[in-house]
Write a protein that binds this ligand. Structure first.
Ligand code: IPM
Ligand code: MG
Length: 370
């Protein structure tokens, strides 16, 4: 490989740093054993950045994120920061990164590995081999819409406002990502909104339909109301291949889809921006799980979601799909062999720590070269 790929690591809060340490070991392994080279820098985000820099995302860290080839983020937030000013809460750092990097397409895969089929709260026959991809719009909608705020109406009465808003181009660019992904999978896309109630949903459906007719007529497109989608996801999740939806519905439906797998500690995500003329695109990768303050610092967390976020980076940012697959297979072999972190532990298997999981995966990686 030519020039070193630059990666900004933002470990953040809670279990973020300990999960990230195991990923760092895998990066080192790729450098030593696979001849790759990564230029890794670290920065602060979330609560730790509030404590040390007075803001959940400093301008300097934002600039570093913009100039890196890709960002790997751990997790943000924790009870220590529950009472900080709303404008500088840990989550604000994450939202600023998404917005400023223009990461409009958030890819959240949810799949059920055979080894973990009993981790799901759903019956095995409902979730066996489940493999869905939720594409969530990430820089628009009610998360960023104006006007927003709380106004005082007097006499103890207040009014809280947020605005759900989408433009044609915002809808079309994320739908395009979803259609393209569908083509590489089972060629089916389900677009989700509330066109029966919301104007932004009506526009969403119209734009997705017109893009389909213009450029993606070969993809099987369906539309679904968000409430029905929430229901269908638990009734018969395998009916879905790719789902595309707005920021808020995507937030909720991706948590629901994640829980179908029963193992939040396994699920990665990728957030992508627009492709630049030179073919590169802004990108940030992060696990779907949060900072899990209850187990932070105890070497108990499952590092696989963060590791799989890194393998998504290898695939989507660095075109290193083969190396991504090698790492994912190593992790799956560890699970098949019955070694589990506490979150996915089952009777009769061997519980390992965060570090122990890293050791086991590195062992399987070594074995893959033998
Ligand atoms: C997510 C999270 C964030 C969101 C929070 C932490 C701001 O729930 O990435 O899904 O709501 O987008
Ligand atoms: Mg969420």
């Amino acid at each position: 490989m030519g020039q070193a790929k630059t990666i900004l690591m933002l470990a953040g809060d809670g279990i973020g740093p300990e999960a990230m340490r195991q990923v760092r070991r895998v990066m080192d392994w790729l450098e030593q054993r696979r001849g790759l080279s990564f230029a890794v820098t670290e920065g602060l985000v979330g609560g730790i950045a509030i404590d040390r820099e007075g803001t959940p995302l400093s301008d300097a860290t934002l600039e570093a994120a913009k100039s890196a080839d890709a960002v790997l983020l751990g997790a943000v937030g924790g009870p220590q920061w529950d009472n900080v000013d709303f404008a500088i809460r840990p989550e604000a750092g994450l939202l600023r990164l998404r917005k400023e990097l223009g990461l409009f397409a958030n890819l959240r895969p949810a799949m059920v590995l055979d080894a973990l089929i009993d981790a799901s709260t759903l019956k095995p026959e409902i979730v066996r081999s489940l493999n869905i991809m939720i594409v969530r719009e990430l820089t628009g909608g009610v998360y960023f819409g104006e006007p927003r705020g709380i106004t005082d109406l007097g006499d103890g009465e207040k009014r809280g406002v947020n605005t759900q808003v989408y433009t044609s181009s915002e809808i079309r660019r994320v739908a395009r990502v979803a259609f393209e992904l569908a083509r590489k999978r089972q060629n089916r896309l389900c677009s989700v909104e509330k066109a029966n109630v919301m104007e932004s949903g009506r526009l969403w459906r119209a734009e997705v339909t017109s893009l389909h007719q213009a450029d993606f007529a070969d993809v099987a497109l369906s539309h679904m109301y968000a409430d029905n989608c929430a229901m269908q996801l638990v009734r018969n999740p395998r009916q879905f291949d790719v789902i595309v939806t707005d920021n808020l519905f995507g937030d909720m439906l991706s948590d629901e889809a994640a829980m179908l797998t029963g193992s939040l500690g396994m699920l990665p995500s990728a957030s992508l921006g627009a492709t630049r003329p030179d073919g590169s695109r802004p990108a940030m990768y992060e696990p779907v799980h949060g900072s899990a303050p209850d187990i932070a610092g105890q070497d108990k967390a499952n590092p696989i979601a963060t590791l799989f976020s890194f393998t998504m980076m290898l695939r989507y940012s660095f075109d290193l799909g083969d190396e991504a697959e090698r790492i994912e297979k190593a992790a799956v072999r560890v699970l098949d062999g019955g070694r589990r972190t506490a979150d996915i532990m089952a009777p009769g298997l061997t519980e390992v720590s965060t570090t122990g999981m890293g050791d086991a995966i590195l062992g399987e990686l070594d074995a893959s070269l033998a």
